[in-house]
Design a protein around this ligand. Structure first.
Ligand SMILES: Nc1ncnc2c1ncn2[C@@H]1O[C@H](COP(=O)(O)OP(=O)(O)O)[C@@H](O)[C@H]1O
Ligand SMILES: Cc1cn([C@H]2C[C@H](O)[C@@H](COP(=O)(O)O)O2)c(=O)[nH]c1=O
Ligand SMILES: [Zn+2]
Length: 199
């Protein structure tokens, strides 16, 4: 006879900026609360754009969250009774989070992690590729390309400052499709020019 235990799992919500990751995370958090589950919500302290101690979407939806500077601080705040642990902006958290998430899922906790799968150069962002490999469930969202209106899987940086990490919103970024996304090469030239016909 099988004995079913409460199954832990990892759900990852990814996609470019403005694709609705935070809205979707808040929706799942609200449903878990309606189901009277014990929910804990975290975000990296680094992301202080709209609110220091809340997940906030670009459409002003919010949910209280514990800001943490790294995975060690997150580990210290964990409620041993939590049934659901939700994390926003996980691309900013360190590799130590992987062991924390594995430990939670092994204890039967439902972990929901939202974050950018790609940086503004279209490269994998932080621990996201590993989380995607480890997840039981993946939701990849698309925004609307601000140039052509197509579905957008990438984020265009509009300012020529910063390295991979530059906290910001619409003043510094917009959603773009693969075709309209440009990777700066330092000269202001397009890197991804379409080959001329006949080439
Ligand atoms: N280019 C865009 N495509 C889709 N939604 C956009 C765009 N620009 C602004 N928005 C707004 O952003 C909201 C999604 O915000 P949010 O959940 O914070 O996204 P993410 O967490 O993926 O950055 C949308 O519901 C919409 O109101
Ligand atoms: C593409 C890209 C984004 N960021 C920053 C900008 C924002 O502070 C967050 C993403 O927030 P969202 O909830 O997904 O809108 O990440 C960055 O630092 N570097 C990048 O390349
Ligand atoms: Zn486009």
């Amino acid at each position: 006879m099988y004995v079913h235990q409460r199954q832990g799992s990892l759900e990852v919500i990814c996609g470019p900026m403005f694709s609705g990751k935070s809205e979707e995370l808040i929706r799942r958090i609200k449903r878990a609360i309606i189901a009277r589950q014990r929910v804990q919500v975290f975000k990296p302290a680094l992301d202080d754009r709209y609110d220091v101690s809340a997940i906030a979407s670009h459409s002003q939806r919010k949910h209280d969250a514990i800001p943490v500077k790294d995975s060690e601080e997150l580990r210290r705040h964990l409620d041993p009774e939590a049934e659901v642990v939700a994390l926003d902006e996980v691309q900013f958290l360190d590799e130590g989070l992987l062991a924390v998430i594995d430990g939670l899922a092994a204890r039967g906790v439902r972990v929901i992690a939202a974050g950018l799968d790609q940086d503004s150069n279209g490269e994998p962002f932080g621990i996201m590729p590993i989380l995607l490999a480890k997840a039981e469930y993946i939701t990849k969202l698309q925004a609307i390309c601000m140039v052509c209106g197509a579905a957008a899987g990438r984020t265009q940086r509009l300012v020529h400052t910063g390295g991979q990490v530059l906290v910001g919103a619409a003043e510094a970024y917009e959603a773009r499709c693969r075709h309209c996304h440009e990777i700066p090469d330092g000269t202001g030239q397009r890197l991804l020019e379409e080959p001329a016909r006949g080439e």
